[in-house]
Design a protein around this ligand. Structure first.
Ligand code: HEM
Length: 494
């Protein structure tokens, strides 16, 4: 069922008037918020926003109000941070105060603030610390996970070889390969690519990333109390999440039945052992529900973001064959044709490193980040943000900051190269965010992107099925995430 924005707005106004108007966080609590467009009761700044193109709306507001402004999403004020300097001053220089998780109603309905990604306070700190430790023990810092990714990349190569250079849509192959890496860490094993249940799970995650990025989800975030009661495509998000939750719960039960305290096999086993250790502690954060939500965070977070990045990355290599050729040349020199690329090779492959960074900058996968909140009354640039005020780190404006990147609208790996052709880091590179909430899977994701992409280019010429100049790299859907347009390509064996 399709509603126009105006219909939804009218419904929201009517129904909201029937509900008790809740005062948003940060309102009437003695704060002094940055300037912004005047909000209307209940609908906030709806009429200044286009839910189908939030990025454009937010950029227009920046022109008018500067790099720090207040925008009301429904009745809730959000302080938008635009450009590198503002984001860095908040998330890094005042990291502790800006480390809270803000409101994302479309996800909160499912998480209820449990798990890592959507929890706050002590619970978040304890769970995050625990997860980082286990990820380190089970893989990210160790050689074993590199080998796991290399093996999975070979499985992808075998599957691509079967296409016999016929046009092929890589979406689900890439998602299954990437998902298998995080599955090995959290569930202790990978799935066969033909496993029906696995295919369904990967399909649910892919579908939800698209739905969370749709304009419906943006409208839901504006008026959750109203839209919750309406039929519409947003309900599929909750159904999909529930199916994923039930799958994780089933895995947890299987682990409980076979747990050997002396040989924890994976993340779930470690969490179960921690639950046993702390079972007498009434204040413990280690419960079955939290285990399910935390595992779900890793499973979903570890699958969709990395596979979308890879899928987008391949599309960009198809559009720029001369850049793909440069990557191949570097692989040839550093790795040669016989062995698998390894993480150590990164140091000898500055162009490829730069290209991967440029892919991540250019595709800007979370253009508006994931909302933060201030954890205490916070003084920032002369304003006073009351505790709990929502913060929007507008990463699109960082990745397109003209003071940091020359011609940011253009795909150009030299953004990450010095004058001698060496790789150079860039302070305004923030696809994983920055500060205390920075993505905890960054190291794993970076390994995966490098190993999967280089293995593919080592073994195949990735050839478009349309002239490169016709390839459109702008996102098909842009909301919470940027989703690339579907495409096919030919994998021609080298
Ligand atoms: C290219 C791949 C990835 C990208 C671009 C990405 C990006 C992000 C971003 C922007 C955030 C929000 C940070 C913030 O609130 O400021 C985040 C959080 C998170 N990511 Fe990732 N991520 C990726 C891969 C992964 C992987 C592989 C995992 C699993 C191991 C993962 C797990 C998480 C978790 C659990 C959080 C929540 C952190 C917290 O709230 O403390 N991500 N990620």
């Amino acid at each position: 069922m399709e509603f126009s924005v105006v219909t939804v707005a009218l419904l929201a106004i009517c129904l909201s008037c029937l509900l008790l108007f809740r005062k948003g966080k940060g309102q009437g609590t003695g704060g002094r918020l940055p300037p912004g467009p005047r909000p209307l009761p209940i609908v906030g700044n709806l009429f200044q926003l286009d839910p189908k193109n939030m990025v454009k709306s937010l950029l227009a507001l920046r022109e008018r109000y500067g790099s720090v402004y207040t925008i009301y999403l429904g009745p809730q004020p959000f302080v938008a941070l635009c450009g590198y300097q503002a984001v860095k001053e908040a998330l890094v220089d005042q990291g502790e105060e800006f480390s809270g998780r803000g409101d994302l109603p479309v996800v909160f309905r499912f998480t209820q603030g449990d798990g890592i990604a959507f929890s706050n306070g002590e619970k978040w700190k304890v769970l995050r610390r625990f997860a980082i430790q286990i990820l380190r023990d089970f893989g990210m810092g160790r050689r074993s996970i590199e080998e796991r990714i290399q093996e999975e990349a070979q499985c992808v190569v075998e599957e691509l070889a079967k296409t016999k250079a016929e046009p092929f849509d890589p979406t689900f192959l890439i998602s299954r390969a990437v998902s298998n890496v995080i599955c090995s860490i959290v569930f202790g094993d990978r799935f066969d690519y033909e496993d029906k249940k696995f295919l369904t799970l990967v399909g649910l995650m892919n579908d939800n990333f698209q739905r969370l990025s749709s304009w419906w989800a943006q409208v839901y975030n504006l008026f959750p109390h109203v839209i919750s009661y309406l039929p519409g495509p947003h309900n599929r998000i909750f159904e999909n999440f529930e199916k994923l939750r039930l799958f994780v719960l089933e895995m947890v039960k299987l682990h409980q039945e076979t747990l050997d305290p002396n040989f924890p096999r994976d993340f779930i086993d470690c969490f179960l052992l921690k639950m046993q250790q702390e079972k007498e502690d009434p204040l413990t954060y280690f419960h079955t529900n939290t285990l399910v939500m935390t595992t779900h965070n890793l499973f979903f977070g570890g699958t969709e973001t990395t596979s979308t990045t890879l899928r987008y990355g391949i599309l960009i290599l198809l559009k720029y064959p001369e850049k793909q050729a440069k990557v191949y040349e570097e692989i040839n020199q550093a790795v040669g044709p016989h062995r698998s690329p390894s993480i150590e090779d990164r140091a000898q492959m500055p162009y490829t490193e730069a290209l991967i960074h440029e892919i991540q900058r250019f595709i800007d996968i979370f253009p508006m980040g994931i909302p933060h909140a201030v954890t205490s009354d916070t003084h920032f640039r002369g304003y006073v943000l009351p505790k709990g005020t929502n913060i929007m780190p507008f990463f699109h404006s960082v990745h397109n900051d003209v003071t940091k990147f020359k011609d940011p609208g253009r795909f150009d790996p030299t953004n990450f190269l010095d004058e001698n052709g060496g790789f150079c880091r860039h302070e305004a590179f923030m696809p994983f965010s920055t500060g205390k909430r920075v993505c905890l899977g960054e190291a794993l994701a970076r390994m995966e992107i490098f190993l999967f992409l280089t293995t593919l280019v080592q073994r195949f010429t990735l050839q478009p099925v349309v002239p490169p100049e016709e390839i459109d790299t702008s996102p098909l859907i842009s909301g919470l995430g940027n989703v690339p347009r579907p495409y096919k390509f030919r994998a021609i064996p080298r």
